[in-house]
Write a protein that binds this ligand. Structure first.
Ligand SMILES: Nc1ncnc2c1ncn2[C@@H]1O[C@H](COP(=O)(O)OP(=O)(O)OP(=O)(O)O)[C@@H](O)[C@H]1O
Length: 327
């Protein structure tokens, strides 16, 4: 067994490919997660995020390429590759007829230690995930968000250096999403490395340092959230006036630097920089058109996500599919 280098990356994937028959679920993926960072793997459904995380956990093997975790590979270290790694793929599973605490006790027993230290560890993790006070309730009565947080608690019992979470906010209501994001942020602030998958750009933007965006198994973007913001396109707006035909004509004649098109679902879509759109709207008002609607279709980062992953039908406006996708 090789000794991993002291300064090893938390995760290093090099040219990893996984096929299912003719389908290339992960296609030559390379990425590096530095210790201490929160790293997001973002992509629409079917992009290959879970397949990659399964390879990291050794649940499936890549057809080619290497996944290193703290410098170790499955080939050289076997299950030892998961030393210091915890997390869950899809949703964590618990015995619903046992309480949250009993579930954690069962898991803590597997890791050993005396009764007192197990109990202290359990209290500590319940506190971190904000379930203290609810640990005596049966898991069957937990909300989905509480189960997800119990999953994080179970992972933290092992005192990991790397926490891997597969779409942790999936299926949560807005309150649950807020709690989960706050929890991940707290864990990251404590120095834990977090690798999470998501299909929510706003989640990744809010809590991650770096991101890989995947589409159909391939990398569509690698970089920091700052790099991503710098690439974001002009925002689109839904526009409706008392005379949409005149509004389009006015844009073509006087505002060639913005795009105004008819939206198949009614009204117009206007795309351009904030300043130019403001000037256009002022001209509409000056032309005595009544402005009935002027609302952003998506944030610039959402627009970029849909462009990079090509998950909308019209790559220039993309209004409708963007609103429906991944939400
Ligand atoms: N065991 C399998 N057998 C065949 N195809 C599979 C298998 N697992 C995944 N796939 C396919 O591989 C592709 C990537 O799936 P994966 O679950 O990794 O995507 P994902 O990005 O995690 O999507 P989601 O957000 O829906 O979980 C999909 O087309 C999926 O249907």
């Amino acid at each position: 067994m090789q000794t991993p280098p002291h300064t090893a990356l938390a995760v290093e994937a090099v040219d990893v490919t996984k096929r299912y028959g003719d389908l290339v679920a992960v296609d030559h993926l390379s990425l590096s997660v530095a210790p201490g960072e929160v790293y997001g793997i973002l992509g629409p459904n079917g992009a290959g995020k879970t397949t990659f995380l399964r390879m990291l956990f050794g649940l499936i093997r890549p057809d080619s390429g290497t996944v290193r975790v703290f410098g170790r590979t499955w080939a050289d270290s076997g299950v030892g590759v998961l030393d210091g790694v915890a997390g869950f793929i899809e949703s964590p599973r618990f015995y619903p007829y046992l309480t949250g605490r009993q579930n954690l006790e069962g898991l803590a027993l597997l890791d050993g230690g005396d009764r007192g230290s197990r109990s202290r560890r359990i209290e500590g993790v319940l506190d971190v995930v904000d379930l203290a006070g609810r640990e005596g309730d049966k898991v069957a009565g937990y909300s989905y968000g509480m189960r997800q947080r119990l999953g994080v608690a179970a992972s933290l019992l092992r005192d990991p250096r790397l926490l891997v979470l597969d779409e942790p906010a999936n299926g949560l209501d807005p309150g649950g999403i807020r709690d989960m994001r706050a929890l991940v942020t707290r864990l990251a602030d404590s120095g834990l490395t977090v690798l999470l998958s998501s299909h929510h750009m706003d989640e990744v933007e809010e809590i991650c340092d770096n991101v890989t965006i995947m589409a159909r198994g391939q990398v569509a973007f690698h970089g920091s959230i700052g790099d991503l913001r710098a690439m974001a396109p002009d925002p689109g707006h839904l526009l409706s006036t008392s005379d949409d035909a005149l509004a389009v004509a006015l844009a073509r004649e006087q505002h060639p630097d913005i795009a105004v098109e008819t939206d198949p679902e009614g009204g117009l879509v206007a795309i351009g920089s904030r300043e130019r759109l403001s000037a256009y709207v002022a001209d509409l008002v000056r032309a005595d058109l009544e402005l009935r609607q002027f609302t952003p279709t998506q944030t610039p980062l959402e627009a970029l996500f849909f462009m990079l992953t090509d998950t909308r039908t019209d790559t220039r406006t993309g209004t409708r599919s963007a609103k429906g996708a991944g939400r």
